[in-house]
Design a protein around this ligand. Sequence first.
Ligand code: NOJ
Length: 558
Amino acid sequence: MESKVGRNWYKELAVYQIWPRSFCDGNGDGIGDLEGVLSKLDYIKSLNVDAIWFSPLYCSPNADYGYDISDYRNISPDYGDIKIFKKVLDEAHKRGLKVIMDLVLNHTSDEHDWFKKSMESKESPYHDYYFWRKGKGKNPPNNWKSCFEGGAWEYNEKLDEYYLHVFAKKQPDLNMDNPKVRQEVKGIMKYWLDMGVDGFREDVITYISKREGLPNGFPLPVGCGMEHYTNGPHLHEYLSEFKHDVLDNYDCFTVGEAPRMTPEKALKFIEEGPNQDLNLMFHFQHMEADSFMTDWIHMPFSLKKLKKAFTAWQKKLYGRAWNSLYIENHDHPRIIDRFGSLKYRVASGKMLAVMYICQSGTPFIYQGQEIGMTNIKINDLNKYKDVITFNNYKIFKKLGVSDKKFLEITNRATRENARTPMQWSDKPGAGFTTGEPWFYINPNYKQINVEAAEKDPDSLLNFYRRLLKIRKENPIIIYGNYDEHYKNSTSLYVYERNYEGKRLLVVCSFTEKPVNFKAPQGFYLGEGKLLLSNYKDVGITNNGFVTKPYETRVYLFE
Ligand code: NOJ
């Protein structure tokens, strides 16, 4: 099928995600900051990316490291101030890099002024900014569970009411049904867009509309109530209000985070045309290739599951909407530990990069992914810092899991694996800080760091640079259609792309074992141009080859 959707700048971008606390510390206090970012803009540009997405930089008490905002119009003093932010924005723009802010609209911090005022009295004009409700007898207003911490309601004695928090207690949910709240949201969007930012990543945006009456949820131990606030009744209405009243007046783009999203449902929000609310959506389906619903419920990695998820999104959106592509961010353990191999860290890192970046969509690359950073193995539970880790400790304890076992699970599953400081060099502090780092630095920084990768032409870092350059030079990688081959293979992921008479064949091996690869019908490898591979020896025998560990090859047929 030919695509009916047009070309657009945001489709051609590759985006680099910065989780500011761990990116680069410019003032030696052990915490990443905007001075640090400023010093690395040339590095970011050198990756051949075109945009930066900042995880929240706003003022926050850090109950959820920035995803609990106490002031939407200011920069956290940990990271700097508005002046340095403007400088970063300006310098990024000078280098041709767009800047996208994270916007958390489902909830604020309980230290936000709105929330403080909302609990002053029931008559406060801010009371209805949040979901304050009477309990049912001695029980909370309904049976919903928080995604982060026990029940979803917290009692306030003075008001004799409970407030709703779908995430941590310190993250009260905003009542988006209140037009004043929506007005505030639009004001915040305008504020940053007027300053010059190029768009937003909208945090759990599909949770912002709750079902009227907040009815009880299906009694599940985890996620109870979700059916009443995921893709809620007024979601489309509110998103389109933001779009028409604000976003449409700027040349900007949006990507919405959407847990439990399917391509069919996503089309309601991102299908191009008059009803489109968002440009892109982050879904989670491919991230469940080795887990069930959450990274904490581990399953053996299934390549078939991975391929099925990617293929569904590629095929169902093609010609109608645009995909976002990612394999890492600040919410998941490192990808090489999951879908790749520590033994073949560089080879498998390259293969994984090709696997997702050669698909149709806007790729996102998370800090450290480009040098193949890996999970940490902390041997002391007290060193962990994340609210989810703490909460899961309580849940696993109740299930009778020992501390030793829990540590093992945490080492594999916690998102803190992706939050260790960026490894810039083999110097003390990994080149991240000259001070005491706020969090554990992975001891492998001595081997795995940017400085070392810069010196090695075959490093993962230099491979990312080549891959992103090749993507820019070949519109087939951005705009071509997608078809999968050998769907049932449990070791190979093979797909083709087609665009304006050209064809691209992408071969990815997910195993260290040799696999006999035969080109699919109609492809003659000898006639193709090898655009990229992760091994030097790229011989062809009988229109195929026997794969080396985690081998990848990309052929172009013109
Ligand atoms: C999704 C964000 O990516 C995550 O880091 C955060 O904890 C939750 N939303 C709550 O804001």
